[in-house]
Design a protein around this ligand. Structure first.
Ligand code: FPP
Length: 220
């Protein structure tokens, strides 16, 4: 499963709160969603936490997002270890400020033995960027020809299966450069609910909706 966690800013604005309060509530919700997914036996959840385009936001908001990420994960690392959560990151992680990048690697290292659920945070992530990075990596390794299967080997996380379901909150009906290669046959689910308001009931509703769909992958 993959989730575009949208609507934190609007959630805060509606309540006369600063946008960053929306992000704080959104981050707590992200943690809950990983728990709900693990309870259901979902093995991989990829969460869009920061896109390559999000650098256009005010500097204070960007700084807040990264400090929130580090503070929250630091606080929750022990619990995640106990719950069998393997924390992973996707995106241009090594272009993040050094301390953030190091912290991401540290979280990956510490949780790498876990396999109840892989919680993957997309950070400094862009789908086109991932494809271009993959091509360049392949070229640097002397590859002159790829096919669809071998191309996957050059993506950021080749072992992570394509998402069956992509959820986007807050009513926007677009993909915003998320997992472009991986979502070729994913089912899409959009809800108007703003991310901090996303409930377990909403989560289950998305999955029920997904279960009713017939996936033909181009066949009959
Ligand atoms: C979209 O809301 C949300 C983001 C750009 C950031 C998502 C980040 C988090 C939920 C926190 C990440 C931290 C962890 C630990 C997962 P928006 O600001 O675009 O909302 P708006 O469209 O209403 O303005």
């Amino acid at each position: 499963m993959a989730i575009i966690m949208d609507g934190n800013g609007r959630w805060a604005q509606k309540r006369g709160l600063p946008r960053v309060e929306g992000h704080r509530r959104g981050a707590l919700k992200a943690e809950r969603v990983v728990e709900w997914a693990a309870e259901l036996g979902i093995k991989y959840v990829t969460l869009y936490a920061f896109s390559t385009e999000n650098w256009k936001r005010p500097k204070e908001e960007v700084e807040y997002l990264f400090s929130l990420l580090v503070t929250l994960l630091r606080k929750k690392l022990k619990k995640m270890l106990e719950q069998g959560v393997r924390l992973r990151f996707t995106g241009a992680i090594d272009e993040l400020p050094g301390s953030v990048a190091n912290f991401c690697h540290e979280c990956e290292e510490k949780t790498k033995q876990n396999d109840r659920i892989h919680a993957i945070l997309a950070l400094n992530y862009g789908g086109r960027r991932e494809i271009v990075d993959a091509i360049n990596k392949a070229i640097q390794n002397g590859v002159t020809r790829v096919d669809e299967d071998r191309f996957r080997d050059w993506l950021y996380l080749p072992d992570v299966p394509d998402p069956d379901l992509v959820i986007r909150t807050s009513g926007e009906m677009r993909i915003s450069n998320f997992l472009l290669w991986q979502i070729a046959y994913s089912e899409l689910y959009f809800t108007k609910v703003l991310w901090p308001d996303f409930t377990k009931q909403e989560f289950l509703k998305a999955i029920e909706d997904y279960e009713k769909r017939q996936r033909r992958f181009g066949g009959l």
